[in-house]
Write a protein that binds this ligand. Structure first.
Ligand code: DOR
Ligand code: ZN
Length: 353
């Protein structure tokens, strides 16, 4: 019997939530995104964070310089909101085409968020300007209150902060990033079109058990942390639902091995090298491979009012073994590496080159 490969030709996707870091790590990771995605929203949580126009311009240039010849990739830059970031800086950066959006990290909620916002109400005057000029607000939706259980922090954020924010700013465009709960799915579904959510590949594949399988596994630790199985099921249903309020954002977050392996391992999963293949597997398992293209390539641009990409990629149902490690070249302290999501597993889909 001859079995023919299944093939999908789909519009080239974009990544609406991506961490690229800087320096040698940036130089080693950007190609993994640029080979597949045409555009990506770049997170500003560097050390120090991207809090002014010049920093964003310089960072964008370093990203562009790191893209290998022959690949066409547009980084869409974000501003890191702090208690004191001046609204006029945001407005100028937006009008000059530097800031695509602004990112809200509640202070101390995740990696490099120490300079984040200590109380959302403190930046309401800034949010008011964002609403007026049409600058989208991208939210890490977790409270950092240590009294709130880590698995409840997203749901509590929605109730305490997101809902009042949306009620107050009726025209603000908001993306609740990397959602992890059924609560978030339902909240986004029930709100109007100005609220959308991104969904990562890892939250579609793993539940919280992955972090504890046979020992403590920091490779599966990210924030917001993966939740119970019924939340993962709700996320999968949302992703394949064909509802335009849910779209692709990988939250690919590279950390050097030495920092993942520490007794206080960093939050973040590096999924860029196999991101679209990872999503394809989920959509296929859900019997919805035809919904991958709108999720990955259409709903994001529609939400942000951008044109669709014109070129295409081809996915084939051909198994591929995921690499154990991605080397970081010329790292200051010698060679180091990053372990990608799915390391050592065989994924069922591949990109045809
Ligand atoms: O797991 C995460 N890693 N979540 C975030 O919000 C930040 C990210 C990072 O920058 O490493
Ligand atoms: Zn992120």
């Amino acid at each position: 019997m001859i079995e023919f490969e299944r093939k999908i030709r789909m519009r080239r996707p974009d990544d609406w939530h991506l961490h690229l870091r800087d320096g040698n790590i940036l130089n080693s990771v950007v190609a993994h995104t640029a080979r597949t995605f045409r555009r990506a929203v770049i997170m500003p949580n560097l050390q120090p964070p991207i809090t002014d126009i010049q920093k964003a311009i310089d960072y964008r240039q370093r990203i562009l310089d790191a893209i290998p010849d022959g690949l066409s990739f547009t980084p869409l830059m974000t501003a890191y909101l702090t208690d004191d970031l001046m609204p006029n800086v945001l407005e100028k950066g937006f009008r000059e085409g530097v800031f695509f959006a602004a990112k809200l990290y509640p202070a101390n909620s995740t990696t490099n968020s120490a300079f984040g916002v200590t109380n959302i109400e403190k930046i309401y005057s800034t949010v008011e300007i964002m609403e007026k000029i049409g600058l989208p607000l991208l939210i890490h939706g977790e409270v950092s209150d240590p009294h709130v259980d880590v698995f409840d922090r997203e749901a509590v954020f929605i109730e305490r902060h997101l809902d009042p924010l949306l009620k107050r700013f009726q025209n603000l465009q908001v993306v609740l990033e990397h959602i992890t709960t059924k609560d978030a799915v339902q909240y986004v579904q029930n709100s109007q079109s100005r609220l959308a959510a991104t969904i990562t590949p890892h939250h579609l594949h793993i539940n919280r058990n992955a972090m504890f399988k046979g020992g403590l596994r920091s490779d599966y630790f990210c924030l917001p942390v993966a939740k119970r199985e019924y939340h993962r099921v709700a996320l999968r249903q949302a992703a394949v639902s064909g509802e335009p309020c849910f779209f692709l954002g990988t939250d690919s977050a590279p950390h050097l091995r030495q920092f993942k392996e520490s007794s206080c391992g960093c939050a973040g999963i590096f999924n860029a090298p196999y991101a679209i293949e990872s999503y394809a597997q989920v959509f296929d398992e859900e019997g919805a491979i035809d919904r991958l293209e709108p999720f990955a390539s259409e709903f994001g641009p529609a939400f942000y009012g951008l044109p669709l990409n014109e070129d295409h990629i081809i996915l084939v149902q051909r198994p591929q073994l995921v690499q154990d490690r991605i080397e970081i070249q010329n790292f200051d302290q010698g060679k180091d590496y990053i372990v990608p999501f799915h390391a050592g597993e065989t994924l069922r889909w591949s990109i045809q080159v």
